[in-house]
Design a protein around this ligand. Structure first.
Ligand code: AMP
Length: 399
């Protein structure tokens, strides 16, 4: 079975074609500047096939973008399938499932309406995700389409973790609660972690997805009991450009001081804050490390703040779960930033975390970075959200 995985944004669309027999990646790529001038990237993973790198292709809408992807995949010379008929189903990343979606599902008219109802909860993402779905329905009529939600894995949280301490009516009438994001990534790495632990009956895992956007999840026996992001992805630890948790008083105060309207204020918190905001240098952790090495104190402060908040949340989740068996690091910083991992884990020895510096310095898709006698196992596990989406799609269409 061959599955096309689509992650549609407002002006971009990432894709992967995966052969589920052996879970082999056949091709991946990206459509950018949809609705503007259109740039198309195609990276076949089969020997002897030529790639395309940001070539000009007119893509006035997501429909043309999908059409371009399908033509490249089935191209007689550089394609990886003979025709579009070889593609059995499409799996779509959908960011917000609201309270309606607790798991992945086959898309139909009613479920598209339910995805639309979540637009106010994720105004930047869900409309684009639906555009991707509708474009595929148009270009590939009759092919099963599956939605995989970023929020779904977190829907097992107990009420005390997801409720906000504001009038209860906002939960009942307006769906205001903690949802959490990166659920597909947390699900993939925490499941892999359980396998690496030898599939114990009980497990307490803290999954740290640390990238440009970052979140942590506490996972007991495969089910999320808490996560750091909230109603939206602005909450939790500081990120590349997002502020993470802040005192809501700051909004009223700064809006009063500077005359910002809500849109300007939210733009500052989403785009100009986080480690970029503190350092004034960059949102990229490699730039921050380089600047800190050269003595830039604010770059060091931004790193210190990030490490401190991640460490604090690890402690909080150990408390919430009554202990921890394993900690997993994933995503750009989690997978590659050995110095970041060491700084986060420093001082967690009381919790049973003993890092092996040599192991931590090594690079691999999956490896143990704690010492053999460390009571808490610490792993680096490369995330693979696309594979998770493809697996869900296969399972759903096979039923
Ligand atoms: P992601 O959003 O998962 O793609 O992660 C992007 C982040 O990973 C960026 O801030 C990068 O600076 C960071 N990153 C990538 N490689 C490294 C590295 N070797 N050390 C530290 N951070 C890294």
């Amino acid at each position: 079975m061959k599955i096309l995985v689509i992650n549609a944004g407002s002006s971009s669309l990432k894709y992967q074609l995966i052969d589920m027999d052996g879970e082999v990646l056949l091709a991946k790529g990206l459509c950018e500047r949809i609705g503007i001038d259109g740039k198309f990237t195609y990276k076949p993973q089969v020997e002897g096939k030529a790639k395309k790198d940001a070539v000009d292709v007119a893509m006035p809408s997501h429909g043309e973008a999908i059409q371009t992807v399908l033509e490249a995949l089935a191209d007689p010379v550089n394609g990886v399938v003979k025709s579009m008929d070889e593609i059995d189903a499409v799996g779509h990343r959908v960011v917000h499932g609201g309270r309606a979606f607790t798991e992945s599902c086959l898309i139909n008219a009613e479920r598209k309406e339910a995805i639309k109802k979540c637009f106010p909860l994720a105004p930047l993402h869900n409309p684009a995700n639906l555009l991707g779905i509708e474009a595929c329905e148009k270009v590939m009529p009759g092919k099963p389409q599956v939605a995989v939600f970023d929020t779904a894995f977190h829907m097992t949280m107990p009420a005390a973790a997801y409720i906000y301490a504001i009038p209860y009516a906002y939960y009942e009438d307006d769906d205001v609660r903690r949802y959490g994001f990166h659920g597909t990534s947390h699900r993939y790495v925490s499941a892999r972690c359980r396998e690496l632990l030898g599939n114990p009956e009980h497990s307490k895992i803290i999954s740290c997805h640390l990238g440009n956007g970052s979140s942590l999840a506490a996972v007991v026996d495969g089910k999320v009991v808490d996560t750091t992001m909230g109603l939206g992805p602005l909450a939790g630890v500081p990120m590349g450009t997002r502020c993470g948790d802040i005192d809501a008083t700051i909004l009223e105060y700064l809006m009063g001081q500077h005359g910002y309207d809500m849109k300007e204020m939210m733009n500052i918190l989403n785009k100009k804050s986080g480690v970029l905001g503190i350092s004034g240098v960059s949102s990229d952790f490699r730039d921050l490390e380089a600047a800190a090495k050269e003595g830039n104190e604010r770059a060091q402060l931004a790193l210190d703040k990030f490490h401190y908040e991640v460490k604090k949340d690890i402690g909080a989740y150990a408390a919430a779960m009554g202990g921890v068996d394993a900690i997993v690091f994933t995503a750009g910083v989690g997978e590659n930033g050995a110095g970041n991992r060491a700084a986060i884990c420093a001082g967690l020895e009381y919790l049973g975390v003993k890092i092996c510096p040599d192991c931590n310095a090594q690079r691999a898709d999956e490896h143990l970075i704690s010492t053999d006698d460390s009571p808490v196992k610490v792993f680096v596990i490369a995330t693979n959200e696309e594979l998770m989406i493809a697996r869900d799609t296969k399972e759903i269409v096979s039923k």
